[in-house]
Design a protein around this ligand. Structure first.
Ligand SMILES: [Zn+2]
Length: 295
């Protein structure tokens, strides 16, 4: 499943093609993805210009010149491909030959954005858990999908001071609280494990222990915030991880997966202390950590 750094990588890959582009037409090859396309979806986008491509948590937000916002989510297996005119006939682009997991099939190309004097942008999604919705800008804060999103892990609002009231008095383990979209938006299972390792904190530790009795953050919480930022920044820089079914918008695979410190490294040695990485299951999801140096 694409996580936040992958979505940001996709955004960065797509932005040079989409920003400022005029949509000649949108080709919908089926009536729905996870949700049906709205009635006038293609008609509303035809001839419109995309003014900006932003991201919030794991959502891509294309701002349209009539004030609408195209909200896109990659679901479990969604990816975008940038396709130059004639490229398919001469030579397949990397995205079609380099893949991880199931081969990309044309049958899974569900949406094609035909752009004026620019390459086509093709959305492929074998499992169809992704979706595209046209919403009004005033819905950005009130839409059910966006309403309860917590702090953006790459944004300025993420700080120990902002997290302290959300952690205070909570007996729930750090893993569960950090994975809660209402606390921090888009920090997935992989990056929660990685951030906790960097911060030397056990995923089982109660979240409330990172807040002092006067409500101020402890040094541990400061360290955790630094670790979250660093883990996400490194992953974005590495081009996103690619565990399965995921291809960067440029057609290249991410390079981050072999650099995980703990994720998917059960019984391997901890790079920091030489201890043995353990896997435990919390709220039905795997957590990886080093019991020797994460306390
Ligand atoms: Zn260790």
């Amino acid at each position: 499943m694409p996580e936040l750094p992958e979505v940001e990588t996709v955004r960065r890959g797509l932005a040079p093609v989409l920003e400022g582009a005029t949509i000649e037409r949108v080709e919908l090859r089926r009536p729905d993805l996870r949700f049906p396309f709205s009635n006038r979806f293609a008609a509303r986008l035809k001839g419109r210009r995309i003014t900006a491509l932003r991201r919030r948590a794991k959502y891509l937000l294309a701002e349209i010149d009539d004030g609408a916002v195209l909200l896109m989510h990659l679901g479990m297996s969604g990816s975008f491909r940038i396709e130059k005119e004639g490229a398919r006939a001469s030579r397949p682009i990397a995205g079609e030959t380099l893949y991880y997991g199931t081969p990309k099939k044309d049958a899974h190309d569900h949406v094609v954005f035909h752009l004026k004097r620019r390459p086509r942008v093709v959305y492929n999604d074998p499992r169809r858990f992704g979706f595209m919705l046209l919403i009004r800008p005033k819905e950005l804060d009130t839409h059910p999908l966006l309403l309860e999103l917590g702090l953006e892990p790459t944004g300025n609002e993420l700080s120990a001071e902002a997290l302290a009231p959300r952690f205070a008095h909570r007996a729930a383990p750090l893993k569960a609280v950090l994975g809660d979209q209402r606390v921090i938006a888009g920090l997935g299972n992989i990056y929660v494990s990685e951030a906790l390792w960097r911060a030397k904190l056990s995923p089982r530790r109660a979240a409330g222990t990172l807040v002092r009795s006067d409500g101020r953050p402890t040094e541990r919480l400061q360290r955790l915030v630094g670790a979250i930022r660093a883990v996400i920044a490194d992953a974005i820089e590495a081009g996103g991880s690619s565990l399965r079914d995921y291809v960067q918008a440029s057609g290249e695979l991410g390079l981050f997966q072999h650099r995980f410190a703990v994720y998917d490294r059960e019984r391997k040695h901890c790079h920091r202390c030489g201890g043995t990485i353990r896997r435990i299951v919390q709220s039905g999801r795997s957590t990886f950590y080093c019991p020797s140096c994460q306390r």
